[in-house]
Ligand binder design. Sequence first.
Ligand SMILES: NC(=O)c1ccc[n+]([C@@H]2O[C@H](COP(=O)([O-])OP(=O)(O)OC[C@H]3O[C@@H](n4cnc5c(N)ncnc54)[C@H](OP(=O)(O)O)[C@@H]3O)[C@@H](O)[C@H]2O)c1
Length: 259
Amino acid sequence: MELGISGKTALVWGGSRGLGKAAALQLTREGVQVYLLGRTEESLASAARDIGREAGVEPAFIVADMTREADRASVVASVAAPDILINNADGPVPGDFRSWRREDWLDALDAMMLGPIDMIRRVVDGMAEREFGRIINITSRSVKTPQLELGLSNGARSGLTGFVAGLARTVSHRNVTINNILPGVFDTDGQRRHVAEMARQSGRPFEEVWQARVANSTARRFGRAEEFGALAAFLCSQHAGYMTGQNLLIDGGSYPGTF
Ligand SMILES: NC(=O)c1ccc[n+]([C@@H]2O[C@H](COP(=O)([O-])OP(=O)(O)OC[C@H]3O[C@@H](n4cnc5c(N)ncnc54)[C@H](OP(=O)(O)O)[C@@H]3O)[C@@H](O)[C@H]2O)c1
């Protein structure tokens, strides 16, 4: 399917690894001018080279931290009129809420709620004026199925979800959509870090925790980043202009509910 977005411009936070990188690759393949955003220059440069090898065009990149207001401002100052925004950053460290203090909550809110909302604020009106905009927030299945050890994610991402549910309805008449993708369990660096931390906290071997996650999943496997990238690219396409305000699970059917 021709997605109809060749020549558009995209900001992809967390574009150097995992799910963000997979989305960036698909968009680059579709002829989108992609800007990879992340905190580490080396991994951004390496991701740009990888994508260049696969897509035939190297995306640009900007070193920036989603949690820093100055960085968000400078990204938007550097890239005129983005058509696509993918909000994404690290998930939280698993733990027990009894040990989380105000600072831990503020860090989580900056990464998973306030930073993304500020990015939307900076680009959404321009998208509406130009009558094309696609905004995706990479959130988590934890929005629909709370993960006990991921309380920071359950809380902060639900705040983002609630906010954009309202905003999305105000810009759809200008062909601007805002959707959230809720990954289940994907084989990425981020997932490996998460499992390593669970293993450390429980005293179990990494491989045991990893295999238990596979065994407990309905599809009996982890998701592949390219499956995520394809969904993200479709949501950014010309064809997805009538889909907005949605929370799209991509989890191999692990979510147990009918709706
Ligand atoms: N993988 C899964 O199974 C899964 C499941 C549910 C939810 N999620 C969520 O989906 C998101 C992406 O996961 P992933 O597995 O792709 O993670 P990943 O492999 O660790 O990649 C994270 C990307 O985000 C960048 N990043 C992290 N913090 C940032 C910040 N403050 N500002 C800018 N860039 C930042 C990283 O680069 P730098 O570190 O260089 O900045 C990297 O490019 C996370 O929020 C995660 O919690 C993932």
